[in-house]
Design a protein around this ligand. Structure first.
Ligand SMILES: Cc1ncc(COP(=O)(O)O)c(C=O)c1O
Length: 422
């Protein structure tokens, strides 16, 4: 085939149109080669899209063929500021020049600033910085068990978690994850975990006993299909925790850091949990997580009880600090409120038009549409059309754009989706 004549192509002797055609095919071939090379050594625990991404700018990603994609997934709700934010990148480069890592045996300025910002934003007293959401959940579980033990209740070890809840893939986090297929192959897990139904407070009440040390709940379930907690449910959990000296752990890894139009989604309900877990958006793509804890529970963990080599190192901490600075400077929270309303209306409009959409759910820029059939083929079609979307379970399309999305991006996304769902 003409396009295999790389020499002619490189020397520019092909005619212009031929060259364009060849570049595309050659690019496709290169992408295929990349994917084959990747699958030789990548442990296959993800079914990846057949695309090799190369760079990004604002709301858009580009593959190795230079094909442009509008991104409504944001690295699973992580790239809060989109791609190529100059201020963020400059801060990261400066921190790289200054200091990357020292260990938690020392204090560093970026770390001091990051924990202050996280404590203020969550309304909590103390913060531990980890490297991921799952690690934040691990820390929160350890804290809950140790808190009860320190109070003299050594058999108060039970955890209540929610069906369809998701908290990560490490052993502790998967133990409280409400999807059986994620847990079953790895049993025995940490044990003493009971599952209630999300948004059914009586099912939680039934499980509370003198042995319960914590209730862990996402304010908005992400992986489970975008379900926001009802007010009665979340307030009911707070009340149960208060009455029975149980710690309420809010997992805000996906719904936190501005995604629903407030720094943390539980703020909307007028409650304060005892422990908050977070990750994703707080680092804007740098691998970080954290859990924050209130005055009541903060002494649960003591020196020697918990730790992490990398957790909260100067580089990760500088990322958190800069994300907060940019959030404040650009008033990202107000922007998400406005854009969340716009996205909600746009998706509601689409739902009215398309029979395949059963329901729209979500808050702010964390939305989902439940379809009457599996959405996998729609996600692939969207990719072909230059739109990155991800699912949440079999029948739900999830929308987690970077928080800098503008109306024009929502309109572009809706336009593509409109065609695809026809
Ligand atoms: C609510 C929630 N908790 C915990 C996690 C685990 O976070 P990570 O993948 O950073 O370990 C996730 C990941 O999607 C999540 O959505």
């Amino acid at each position: 085939m003409r396009c295999t004549r790389k020499y002619a192509l490189y020397t520019g002797t092909e005619r212009k149109t031929e060259r364009k055609f060849c570049t595309y095919l050659l690019g496709g071939q290169i992408m295929k080669e990349f994917i084959e090379a990747a699958e030789q050594h990548l442990l296959h625990v993800y079914n990846r899209y057949p695309v090799v991404l190369d760079h990004g700018e604002g709301m858009y990603l580009y593959d190795t063929n230079d094909k442009k994609y509008l991104d409504f997934a944001a690295g699973i709700g992580t790239n809060a500021l989109g791609y190529g934010n100059k201020e963020f990148i400059t801060a990261m480069k400066e921190q790289m020049d200054r200091l990357l890592h020292v260990s938690n045996y020392f204090y560093t300025k970026p770390n001091i600033s990051a924990v202050k910002l996280l404590a203020e934003a969550t309304g909590m007293e103390k913060v531990f910085i980890s490297n991921s959401g799952a690690e934040a959940v691990e820390g929160a579980i350890k804290l809950a068990r140790k808190y009860a033990r320190k109070k003299g209740f050594s058999d108060k070890t039970e955890l209540i978690a929610m069906n369809k809840g998701f908290h990560g893939r490490s052993m502790g986090a998967v133990s409280v994850t409400g999807t059986e297929s994620y847990r079953k192959p790895f049993e025995p897990l940490i044990g003493n975990v009971h599952f209630a139904d999300f948004n059914d407070i009586s099912s939680v009440k039934e499980l509370v006993s003198s042995g319960t040390c914590a209730i862990i709940v996402e304010t908005v379930q992400g992986e489970g299909g975008i379900h926001a907690a009802g007010e009665e449910f979340l307030l009911g959990i707070r009340d149960l925790c208060d009455k029975n000296d149980i710690l309420m752990i809010s997992d805000e890894v996906q719904c936190g850091m501005g995604r629903t139009g407030s720094y943390f989604a539980y703020e909307k309900y007028g409650i304060q949990p005892d422990v908050v877990t977070m990750a994703k958006g707080i680092g804007n793509g740098i691998a970080v997580g954290a859990f924050a804890v209130n005055k009541k529970a903060m002494n649960g963990l003591e020196a020697g009880d918990h730790g992490s080599t990398f957790g909260g190192n100067p580089f990760a901490s500088a990322a958190i600090t800069k994300v907060f600075e940019i959030f404040k400077k650009q008033d990202i929270i107000s922007h998400v409120k406005e854009m969340g309303d716009y996205l909600t209306k746009a998706l509601d409009g689409l739902s009215e038009k398309k029979k395949v959409i059963m329901e729209r759910r979500g808050l702010g820029l964390m939305q989902g549409i439940e379809c009457s059939e599996p959405v996998g083929p729609y996600l692939l079609k969207a990719l072909e059309e230059g739109l990155i979307l991800i699912g949440a379970g079999k029948n739900v399309i999830r929308f987690l754009p970077p928080l800098i999305a503008e109306k024009e991006h929502v309109d572009e996304m809706i336009g593509i989706l409109d065609n695809i769902l026809s």
